[in-house]
Design a protein around this ligand. Structure first.
Ligand code: AMP
Length: 553
């Protein structure tokens, strides 16, 4: 494996990449960047989403003369969306270089583009038609262009841009560097390359046939919906006993870990920046089952050996089929069953197809479970737990209660009443599962409520809303501090505060639903033991998850 350092990139570029959380180059990057830094022409056959933008943008940025304000690099893209996206990528990768980038495309007022061009830009990204417009008007000077990139060349061919592309290439200096990126290599693209590229190296990212373990492979399309909400729903539905969730970057790992924890999914995170001691601690918690979810990057998860992973979840689809195979190989070990779940955005559909093609195994599309599905699943698993409890025996202490009441009520009514106590009201149950819990406003403000211990509770007490606070035992916080902060800041009686659970880094507190918003607002303004509290509505605990370790009062 090559590292970004080994590719010969400058410290400024390495810093920008590190901030984006990229841990190592993708195969296309590893093979293209060095060639392009040397000034050579390349033809790269690579799918969208394989990291091709950085493959050409990083070497272009390195080779720019930032003192000159003439366009030095020209990137041709088939669509305006791609032009904007590529320009944004340049901006991010070039964060520590003084460079100006301009996307130009039809549909945007040309005056704005003219103004930007006259101020001076070094990189122009655009669709062939609009670029040609500017060239013909004499508003885009190409005499200093050193590199031209044809991005998604096959798409541009399909859209009828081939003549425009040739016209543009003819206007650029003949000693330029040319890089052609295309998912497929139809004959007209091959011919174009033959005419306009000089001794190019052909880079094909191998997609060898790979074998995948015999596990259930499914995917969910995430469309416009928030990816995180889909993940939360899928986790509720699948209720994995132990899952590794993969993200593409370190920053995404951190962000996802925090969001999961805030929604009461016990998650640990693992990435390349952590020390061995930190890693060992995380792995110990994951192996012992204290944390059900491990959020990790590929690099961090390399060499990880965990026996009992029930689910591998690709929160970000891997850019390389080989990585997919590595990832999903972490479940279904030692003959156990396993599930691999991938979240796929519309743009990533082609990557999914690429993975299916290189593994030869179809990945089944599933509909995102509805709340009703989750409830049905929970009921099924509740029934299963009951069966197991009966089979395990030890019911004697409870039999006399059943017998006493058995004279008055039918066994069905008796059991149903007990289930209701355990599971809560069905409509509330459904609402509990909704991400954005609406505070219930039926209670009297500031009313006194009994503070019961509920070791086996599956959600907040009736009329109470559970809040997540970003402070925990390790911050020196005690239950009394939380009650005090709520009472003083939100100006409600301390006795109205319900159950508190303290964990190492965060805590939960139940407050009357009608006051929840007020408490959140008040706690946002204050600190406990000098630490900001970052309160938010908590996700209810899951019925199948059992009691978690924590300090209840
Ligand atoms: P692209 O194929 O250029 O559209 O890139 C697809 C996605 O992968 C983008 O979201 C990039 O930010 C991301 N990406 C590109 N290179 C890397 C890398 N080396 N490590 C992690 N993510 C990357």
């Amino acid at each position: 494996m090559t590292s970004f350092e080994e590719l010969g990139l400058s410290a400024a570029t390495l810093k920008a990449i590190a901030e984006l959380g990229y841990e190592e180059p993708t195969p296309i990057q590893a093979r293209t960047i060095r060639r392009m830094l040397d000034g050579a022409d390349v033809i790269a056959q690579a799918q969208t989403g394989t990291g091709k933008t950085a493959a050409f943008a990083l070497p272009i940025i390195e080779r720019l003369d930032t003192r000159s304000h003439h366009p030095q690099a020209l990137v041709l893209t088939p669509t305006r969306e791609l032009a904007v996206q590529v320009a944004e990528a340049f901006q991010a990768y070039g964060k520590y270089h003084q460079i100006a980038i301009l996307p130009v495309y039809g549909g945007q007022p040309i005056e704005r583009q003219l103004r930007a061009l006259s101020r001076g830009v070094q990189v122009v990204v655009g669709t062939p038609g609009r670029l040609l417009d500017h060239i013909r008007r004499g508003t885009l000077a190409l005499d200093q262009v050193r590199t031209v990139v044809l991005d998604e060349a096959d798409e541009m061919l399909d859209m009828g841009f081939i003549e425009d592309i040739e016209a543009i290439l003819q206007e650029t200096p003949s000693e330029r560097q040319t890089a052609l990126f295309s998912a497929t290599m139809p004959q007209p693209i091959v011919d174009l390359a033959r005419r306009y590229l000089r001794d190019p190296e052909r880079i094909i990212v191998q997609t060898e046939q790979m074998t995948v373990p015999q596990i259930r492979q499914v995917y969910y399309e995430v469309g416009g919906r928030d990816k995180f909400e889909v993940l939360a729903r899928v986790l509720d539905y699948e209720s994995p006993s132990s899952a590794i969730i993969f993200c593409r970057t370190k920053s995404e790992v951190d962000a996802l870990g925090q969001r999961l924890t805030a929604r009461a999914f016990p998650a640990e995170t693992l990435h390349g920046d952590m020390t061995q001691v930190q890693r060992d601690r995380v792995m110990a918690r994951f192996r012992s089952g204290q944390a059900e979810l491990l959020v990790a990057t590929d690099v961090a998860a390399r060499g990880l050996d965990v026996e009992h992973v029930s689910h591998v979840i690709n929160y970000d689809i891997p850019l390389d089929p080989e990585i997919y195979v590595h990832r999903i190989g972490r479940t279904g070990r030692a003959g156990r069953s396993g599930t691999a779940i991938t979240l796929v955005t519309p743009r990533e559909r082609r990557l999914l197809k690429l993975i299916e093609r290189s593994t030869g195994a179809p990945i089944q599309r599933l509909r995102v479970p509805t709340i009703a599905d989750v409830i049905a699943r929970r009921r099924e698993s509740f029934k299963e737990t009951l069966r197991e409890t009966i089979a395990a025996g030890g019911l004697e202490p409870y039999v006399s209660i059943a017998e006493d009441l058995g004279e008055e009520y039918s066994p069905t009514d008796l059991a149903a009443a007990a289930f209701k106590l355990l599971l809560g009201e069905p409509p509330e149950d459904a609402e509990d599962l909704l991400a954005e819990q609406e505070p219930d406003t039926t209670e009297e403000e500031g009313g006194r409520r009994p503070r019961r211990r509920r070791e086996q509770s599956f959600g907040p007490e009736r009329g109470m809303t559970r809040l997540y606070l970003d402070v925990g035992r390790n911050d020196g916080v005690r239950p009394a501090d939380i009650v005090g902060a709520i009472a003083n800041e939100a100006n409600i009686p301390g006795r109205a505060v319900g159950a508190i659970e303290l964990f190492e880094h965060f805590s939960f507190v139940e407050v009357p639903s009608n006051l929840a918003e007020r408490v959140v607002r008040a706690l946002k303004r204050t600190t406990i033991r000098g630490r900001p509290i970052a309160p938010s509505l908590a996700r209810p605990r899951r019925a199948t998850g059992g009691a978690r370790s924590g300090e209840r009062r």
